[in-house]
Structure formats: structure tokens, C-alpha cells
Write a protein that binds this ligand. Structure first.
Ligand code: UFG
Length: 335
């Protein structure tokens, strides 16, 4: 593996030790690239870096960045490194702007200095805020309702301007709700604290007396709980490879939504989790969580038409792979 990776084309993966970044490194390695992870390990994990070297560094450290660009001749950059908790961003907006906006600016400047001209950027459905209508297409108004969404939208804007002024070729991918784990069990989601619905549900389902908290059952949806568009992390990563090829071929700046186009309410996800986990977990109903839009469902037509991308995994696969990952982690922790 080391022999062949010496021949492989290096790609810089900022945030490659994180949930989505580590799945991306696996796919890049399988596609014949050498994924070089640049990560400060603030939320990522050393164990998640399995498919190429790790450079432990921070995007706010311009020297560390410049050093990484001098050690490898990168064909492209994939940028996942960001703080991503909506609630935390409301409490500490300055941290989000420094980390997500300044960090991205430093990266863009380092890329420009090194002459690296292809970028895939991890963006979010949070740029749309409370959408005027669903499904949400890329042209819909971008009106974030929290600093996290603003930080991603500001980063997108900076990337667009670099494309215009300096011939950068870039794709910004607006993810809806990433879920699931590597079907071979080599990596998966491991946030601390965990805020996402599916891992919280599975944790509760596999813990004695565990119960999941459902935030809000008075939304204007069919069963009163929030509706989201879940997409398997492996499908997301496959879209990155397609988007990279597209941006390099077509040039310029591109934006794609990544979702399935199918919404599930929290109650529906809970029912599917219970079908998989012998009727567990129990649920406790709590008031709405601040900043949660009632319904977020993607129109992923552009990704389908331009990239030829379509999700291969459904919600059941996401729950199944996440459960296998979660169970293996819990067993490891117990031994
Ligand atoms: N939820 C619960 N209980 C939990 C966790 C979540 O009921 O323990 C609910 C939430 O209120 C929401 C839904 O489940 O209605 C999904 O919540 P997640 O936290 O799993 O995901 P979000 O939709 O809040 O967040 C995702 C991304 C963010 C992004 C956001 C855009 O993870 O990065 O979409 O709105 F900003």
C-alpha cells in the first residue's frame, strides 16, 4: 500500500480526520490518489487517518499550511475543516468566523501561492436558513439564520471571487443531513458531544434505559416533528470525486446541493430505528431546539443532471451502517 501510494497523486484533505473527511480519504485512496490529511485534531481523530499521511496543523497557522504545500505537489484540495455546531455558533460567533472564514481565506491564499487550482468545499444546507419553499434548489435565496450558516456562505463567496480573479476551479457542495458509516466498518461518526439525531438515537437504543430526546412535536409537518433529507456519507464522498472532475474540466465556480430529495420526519426516523433495534429506543418529547427549520429537503436535480450523481443508499442503509459502527465502537470501549 505504501509502495503504490508513493506513486499516487496527492490531494490535500483539510479536516481529513473528521467524520466526512475520513470517508473521503478512503474513497480518494481507492480512486488512486494519496490523501494527505491536514487537521488540528480538535474534533477529528488520529485513528481516522488510515489512508495517507497526517499533518497535524491548523488552518489559522499560515506557516504550517505553507509547509504542507511545499512538501507535496497537490493536484487539488478538499476542504472539510470547520466548526459545525449550530447552537455553539449562536453562543460563540467569533470562533466560527475566525475558524471557518479566516481558515478558508488562509487556505485559499496558500493554494494561490502554490499554484493549486482545484478545490471542493464542504458547504451546508444551513446557507438557506428557513427556506421559502421545498424542495430547495441551489438558486433559492441564501439567508442563513445562524453564524455557522453565515460562515459557510461567506467562505463560498470568497471561493467564488478566487475563481473569478485567479482561475481557481471550485465546487461548493451543500450537504443536507449526512448520516451512516463506512459499510466496511473502517470509519464512522464519533462526535463528542454528539448532537445529531441518528447517532443519538442509536446510542440510546443500545444503552440500558436509554432514551432519545425529540426536539419539538408542534411543527407544521404531518406528524409535528422536523423533516430532514438524510444522505449517506459514502454517497456524499462519491459526489466530491465527481464534482472535482467536473470543476477541473469545466473551470469556474459551481454549487451543488447533495441530498436525496426525500424527507423523513424525526418520528419516521425513530420508527425505522426501532424496527432495527427491537423496539428501542424510548423517546422523550422536549420543546423545539432553537434555530431548527421545520423542513429541509433538497432538490438534487443539478447534481443528478450535471454530475450524474444519485444516492445509492437509503435511510435504512444509513441506520444499519451507523448501528454496526456504533456497536463496534461501544464493544471496543468496553474491552
Ligand atoms: N433532533 C432530535 N433529537 C436529537 C438530535 C436531533 O430531535 O437528539 C432533531 C433536530 O431537532 C432536527 C433533526 O433531529 O429536527 C435533525 O437534527 P440533526 O442535529 O441531526 O441535524 P440538523 O438538521 O440540525 O443539522 C444538519 C447538519 C448541520 C447543518 C444543518 C442545517 O448537521 O451541520 O443540518 O440546518 F447546519
Amino acid at each position: 500500500m505504501i509502495e503504490s501510494s508513493l506513486q499516487a497523486t496527492p490531494v490535500l484533505v483539510c479536516g481529513g480526520a473528521g467524520y466526512i473527511g475520513s470517508h473521503m480519504c478512503k474513497q480518494l485512496a481507492h480512486a488512486g490518489y494519496l490523501p494527505v490529511t491536514f487537521d488540528n485534531l480538535s474534533t477529528g481523530h488520529r485513528w481516522a487517518v488510515q489512508w495517507g499521511p497526517l499533518v497535524e496543523g491548523d488552518l489559522l497557522d499560515t506557516h504550517a499550511l505553507r509547509d504542507a504545500f511545499s512538501r507535496w505537489s497537490f493536484a487539488a484540495v478538499m476542504h472539510f475543516a470547520a466548526l459545525s455546531q449550530v447552537g455553539q455558533s449562536m453562543a460563540e460567533p467569533e470562533r466560527y468566523f475566525r475558524n471557518n472564514v479566516t481558515g478558508t481565506l488562509n487556505l485559499l491564499e496558500a493554494m494561490q501561492a502554490a499554484g493549486v487550482q482545484a478545490l471542493v468545499f464542504s458547504s451546508t444546507a444551513a446557507v438557506y436558513g428557513n427556506p421559502a419553499s421545498v424542495p430547495i434548489s441551489e438558486d433559492q435565496a441564501q439567508q442563513p439564520i445562524n453564524p455557522y450558516g453565515w460562515s459557510k456562505l461567506m467562505a463560498e463567496r470568497m471561493i467564488a471571487e478566487q475563481c473569478r480573479a485567479h482561475e481557481l476551479r471550485a465546487a461548493c457542495l451543500r450537504y443536507f443531513n449526512a448520516a451512516g458509516a463506512d459499510p466496511e466498518g473502517q470509519t464512522g461518526e464519533a462526535h463528542e458531544p454528539e448532537t445529531h439525531l441518528i447517532p443519538n438515537m442509536l446510542r440510546a437504543a443500545t444503552t440500558t434505559d436509554g432514551e432519545v430526546t425529540v426536539f419539538g412535536n408542534d411543527y407544521p409537518t404531518s406528524d409535528g416533528t422536523c423533516v430532514r433529507d438524510y444522505v449517506h456519507v459514502d454517497d456524499l464522498c462519491r459526489a466530491h470525486l465527481l464534482a472535482l472532475e467536473h470543476a477541473r474540466r469545466a473551470g469556474g465556480f459551481h454549487v451543488f446541493n447533495l441530498g436525496s430529495g426525500q424527507g423523513y420526519s424525526v418520528a419516521e426516523v425513530l420508527a425505522q430505528a426501532r424496527a432495527l433495534c427491537n423496539g428501542r429506543p424510548a423517546a422523550r418529547y422536549a420543546p423545539r431546539r432553537a434555530g431548527d427549520p421545520a423542513v429541509l429537503v433538497a432538490s438534487a436535480r443539478r447534481a443528478q443532471q450535471v454530475l450524474g450523481w444519485q444516492p445509492r443508499y437509503g435511510l435504512g442503509d444509513m441506520l444499519r451502517t451507523a448501528l454496526a459502527w456504533h456497536t463496534a465502537q461501544a464493544d471496543r470501549a468496553a474491552n
